[in-house]
Each structure stands twice: as structure tokens, then as C-alpha cells.
Design a protein around this ligand. Sequence first.
Ligand SMILES: Nc1nc2c(ncn2[C@@H]2O[C@H](COP(=O)(O)OP(=O)(O)O)[C@@H](O)[C@H]2O)c(=O)[nH]1
Ligand SMILES: Nc1ncnc2c1ncn2[C@@H]1O[C@H](COP(=O)(O)OP(=O)(O)O)[C@@H](O)[C@H]1O
Length: 199
Amino acid sequence: MAGPRPVVFSGPSGAGKSTLLKKLMKEYDSVFGFSVSHTTRNPRPGEVNGKDYHYVTREAMQKAIDKGEFIESAVFSGNMYGTSKAAVQAVQAKNLICILDIDMQGVRNIKKTDLNPIYVSIQPPSMAVLEKRLRDRKTETEESLQKRLHAAQVDMEFGKEPDIFDVLIINDHLDEAYGQLKEALSEEINMVKKASLSS
Ligand SMILES: Nc1nc2c(ncn2[C@@H]2O[C@H](COP(=O)(O)OP(=O)(O)O)[C@@H](O)[C@H]2O)c(=O)[nH]1
Ligand SMILES: Nc1ncnc2c1ncn2[C@@H]1O[C@H](COP(=O)(O)OP(=O)(O)O)[C@@H](O)[C@H]1O
């Protein structure tokens, strides 16, 4: 596929993926672009349709999957999520580094494609910290919180598998984790910056 290598962020719900990738896209807005996934979950307060996700019905999503419009899709905590071909192409057409925020099923499925991204695992320092962050975020019902915590236990093991991820970041102190992320992606960031200067 054309353009610079995409970057996949994965890790348990509440690990800090959105926080870190939003920081990165704010500091380097001419370097990174976000692959806007589709989901059947409801928007949270402050989330914007077409920016955070494309919010769709199950029927619409299943239809689009059946038509072959998705690179990958998965069910997480009872809702469907997926990366459309159009979402990735929209970012790559601008020659930006495409950021994908996907769960571990997504990671396994992307590994079967020719996308060839850099895989970044974002992990919390502990389950206890993860639970506190998810509770303090106040986005979940008790039921969806429990589902996320259950999935997180599996995710935390998966995230430490060395053959799967290129970079492992423990998001304890945000500034330190962000520094490590920038360091890990510095080569790609500089490549895109250079290319845009010479064009
Ligand atoms: N496979 C896959 N997973 C996704 C996609 N978009 C989001 N996810 C994952 O779905 C999970 C739930 O996302 P979300 O509902 O936004 O909750 P949050 O991670 O707690 O903020 C997270 O692990 C995301 O990485 C996608 O397009 N494909
Ligand atoms: N290093 C950190 N220290 C304390 N709180 C954090 C840190 N990183 C993220 N958070 C908070 O934890 C919650 C979960 O982070 P979020 O980015 O939404 O996770 P994810 O996208 O992985 O589900 C948010 O309320 C966020 O503000």
C-alpha cells in the first residue's frame, strides 16, 4: 500500500490509547491521521460522528462488511467495531502516517493483510490502576465496565507477547509514556516531515 507505514495502537480498554494518540496527533498534525473506525456502540458525550467513530447500526455495519468494505472487524464488549478500507485510504491519500486504534482481534486480522504497520502495545501499570482509570472516566455502566475488565485480563497477556508487538509502552506517568512513544516513532515522524518539506 502507498505512503508511510501505519501505526497500530492496541491494549486494554482504559490503558490510555486515545489519550496518547490524541496527544501525538495534536503535536504532529501534519504527520499523523486517524483511521476513523465504524462502531455500533453509542457515542459518548463529547464524541463526534465521523471524527471519533462512524456510529452505525448493526444492520448497516453487517451490510458493509458483507460487501467487502472492511479490512477487519470484531465484536468487543457486545458491540461491533471495524476498520473500513476507505478510512485507511483517506489518511494514506494525504501521505500521513495512519493510526489505527484496534483491539487484539483486530491486531490478529491486520497481521493477515498487507498493511504492514508498526504494532504498539499500550498497557496500564496494573489491573488496579486500569480499573480506577476506567471508573474515573465515567463512560461505562457497571456491566460494560466488568466486560472491559474481563477482556483486559486477556489483553494484558496478549500485549506482552514479544512476537506480536514492535513497541511496548507501560502508561504509568503520562509524560514518560508519551516520551517513549515519540522516541519509538521518531524515525517515521522524521521521514514524513522530510518528505513534506521536499514536496
Ligand atoms: N478490531 C477493532 N477494534 C476496534 C476498532 N475501533 C476500536 N476498537 C477497539 O474497541 C475497543 C473498545 O473501544 P471503545 O468503545 O472506544 O472503548 P475504550 O477503548 O474503552 O475507549 C478498544 O479496544 C478499541 O481499540 C476497530 O475498527 N477494529
Ligand atoms: N498516564 C495516565 N495517568 C492517569 N490517567 C490517565 C493516564 N493515561 C490516561 N489516563 C486516563 O485514563 C482514562 C482512560 O484513558 P483512555 O485514553 O480513554 O484509554 P483507552 O483509549 O485505552 O480506552 C482516561 O480518563 C484518561 O484521561
